[in-house]
Design a binder for this molecule. Structure first.
Ligand SMILES: [Zn+2]
Length: 495
């Protein structure tokens, strides 16, 4: 603007301020911040829908329910010591109850393009006569809460889904596993059918979908088990060939790498452990190409689900659960793709940022595992130091090695990881920070500290989060900690 125009503009603004309409606009309250909670069907049904929603609203100011529509994750029978006891209703024991994995009515007409079928919920299942997503809609609306379906692909699929064995991955030795293959057209069609069925049959505002599994490379170098790498099924091999990758060489490379890592338990190579790792990668760069295709296939599944929902309801929000390993210690996942690249099929991305349980997870699931594989040449304190630097966390604020098992990470971790996620998203998709507390480690709960939880929420929004998702499961969350979330959100709204 040219300087000579400024006085005129000032007069214009002064004039605007005098108009009553402008004053009214200024007084209008800001949109409430997105503040969702992850909740299981059993909580609502055991505690009572109205009672439970009142508690969530009064304590944590929740305005969106992320409610499991399907519970294939197989996390439904928690031991009693992991359940919060202060919700005003004594928790019912979960063991020895027969819960369904499907909490919605399934409609056969949507599943014509797939041979897979959801569990049939007969009268032998508890709650078989309930239709929770329909029942909860009115009570949620009455309280101004949105309703999102939530799905985690998981290990329960194999026991419950008809024809599941036809779509499983194959390992390097051609053996079938109990994990489904992203590249199998039947598997993809089953999820898109499920998404369409959900949004045609229920009035939903959104969907959060997730799958907690890592690519084949991380599964070798930071292993959850000793299973050989996968997937080398026909569909994956065809995909690779279409991208100019030789499946035979990729298979041989993964076998060499797998056997190399196994051999480290008994003998260290004279040229060095990390050198040996690089040697396999140099000889078989197909390993990296194969890993990248695995990730692409996963993203294509998400694209397909996104478009299946949008075809029914364009304004529904569809986004992804990014679990703890990819959010906070999987460099391969992080290197493969930015959140901005995922944005065309992501209304939001929810990275898990559970500050407390990250301590023991890094100690046991990152440091210990890498020490057994490719990072055995550096000490654990050095490895932790390297981890903090590579991930951009402040080592003066985060636990030292000796404290990882007992001390959680700081609210600064939530801030830094939210900020990093936002930068990765380049404003092309929203970041909902997953604030986690009272998350179990083994058979015990790490009890949350309300003051720290308050700070985590504040810091997530300071870093530019578009919202938060209170996690991990409502049934685990203690009331003082729910109140800490509500206090933070209300303080932020008050400015
Ligand atoms: Zn496959």
């Amino acid at each position: 603007m040219r300087p000579e125009n400024q006085p005129a503009r000032r007069d214009f603004l002064k004039g605007l301020a005098a108009l009553p309409a402008v004053s009214a606009l200024a007084a209008e309250p800001a949109q409430p911040r997105f503040n969702a909670v992850q909740i299981g069907p059993v909580s609502l049904l055991d505690e009572g829908i109205d009672r439970c929603l009142d508690l969530l609203q009064d304590t944590a100011a929740i305005n969106c329910l992320m409610l499991y529509s399907h519970t294939y994750y197989g996390d439904m029978h928690k031991p009693p010591q992991l359940l919060a006891t202060d919700h005003g209703v004594a928790p019912k024991l979960m063991r020895d109850r027969k819960f369904p994995a499907v909490w919605v009515h399934t409609h056969e007409q949507f599943y014509k393009n797939t041979t897979l079928r959801h569990q049939v919920v007969d009268s032998t299942f508890e709650f078989a006569n309930r239709d929770l997503l329909a029942e909860v809609l009115g009570p949620a609306r009455k309280r101004g809460m949105k309703l999102y379906a939530r799905i985690l692909e998981g290990t329960g699929l194999g026991q419950t889904v008809a024809n599941f064995s036809t779509i499983t991955t194959r390992d390097i030795y051609g053996r079938s596993t109990n994990i489904p293959c992203w590249n199998h057209p039947d598997y993809k069609a089953w999820w898109t059918a499920t998404a369409e069925d959900l949004f045609r049959s229920y009035e939903l505002d959104g969907l959060q979908w997730g799958a907690e599994r890592m690519g084949p490379l991380m599964n070798v170098i930071c292993p959850w088990n000793n299973d050989p790498p996968a997937c080398f099924c026909q569909h994956c091999e065809d995909r690779a060939r279409n991208h100019g990758i030789d499946p035979g060489r990729a298979r041989k490379g993964f076998e060499d790498l797998f056997l190399y890592v196994q051999s480290l338990a008994s003998a260290k190579p004279p040229d060095g452990v990390f050198t040996g790792f690089l040697r396999v990668l140099l000889r078989y760069p197909e390993i990296l190409s194969w890993e990248y295709q695995y990730r692409q296939a996963r993203e294509e599944m998400q694209q397909a689900i996104f478009h299946a929902v949008k075809a029914v309801k364009t304004d529904a929000e569809v986004g992804w659960h990014v679990d703890h390993q990819p959010s906070s210690w999987d460099l391969v996942y992080r290197a493969e793709m930015t959140f901005a690249e995922m944005a065309p099929y992501s209304d939001f991305i929810k990275p898990i940022l559970y500050h407390d349980v990250l301590g023991p997870r890094i100690r046991n699931w990152y440091l210990a595992r890498f020490q057994r594989t490719i990072l055995s040449e550096i000490s654990l304190p050095q490895s932790l130091d390297l981890y903090y630097d590579l991930f951009g966390y402040d080592k003066t604020k985060e636990p030292t090695l000796d404290h990882l098992n007992t001390t959680g990470f700081s609210p600064d971790y939530v801030y830094r990881e939210t900020k990093r996620s936002r930068a990765s998203a380049e404003n092309k998709t929203k970041i909902y920070s997953g604030i986690g507390f009272d998350v179990p480690w083994g058979n015990n709960t790490i009890p949350g500290d309300p003051d720290k939880i308050y700070e985590c929420v504040r810091r997530a929004f300071d870093a530019g989060a578009s919202g938060i998702v209170v996690s991990r499961e409502y049934e685990e969350m203690r009331v003082p900690n729910l109140r800490a979330v509500g206090r933070a959100v209300r303080d932020l709204a008050a400015g």
